[in-house]
Write a protein of this length. Structure first.
Length: 138
């Protein structure tokens, strides 16, 4: 069995945002040479997320609105975590959207259903953060 590791780096200029990272994951898969196996993609920061869903701007807007209703950023005084920080809401949003995804690899391709794509979700942006891609298989 082979394994391959790659890091992606992001600096989202806004507090929150969603980025389709499927092309970068597909590039890593090609680089790995692995044809059958699994890929793990995970956010390496506790205020960011990786998830699989549809690449549709209306849905991404709906995620943003829904998450802000679930865990509003302001007032920051509502959170105990905010001891000199203002990102408690980002931790909660990440918990809802998830830390990682695992996808099957078949015949050298991501084995996705229709419309499935991989996204990086940022909830406390304006600084560098990374995503890990780990691919294992034959």
């Amino acid at each position: 069995m082979k394994s391959y590791r790659k890091e992606l780096w992001f600096n989202i200029p806004t507090r929150r945002g969603f980025t389709n990272i499927t092309p970068q994951v597909e590039d890593a898969l090609r680089e790995s040479g692995i044809k059958e196996g699994l890929v793990l993609v995970n956010a390496m920061h506790i205020t960011a997320s990786v998830f699989i869903n549809d690449n549709e701007s209306g849905l991404h807007h709906d995620f943003d609105v829904w998450l802000e209703k679930l865990a509003p950023h302001e007032p920051v005084s509502q959170y105990r975590h905010n001891n000199g920080e203002d990102n408690a809401d980002a931790h909660l949003k990440r918990q809802v959207m998830g830390r990682e995804v695992i996808a099957a690899i078949t015949n050298g391709r991501l084995d996705f259903g229709p419309w499935e794509q991989i996204f990086y979700g940022e909830f406390d942006g304006r600084r560098r953060k990374r995503v890990l891609i780990k691919i294992i298989g034959e």
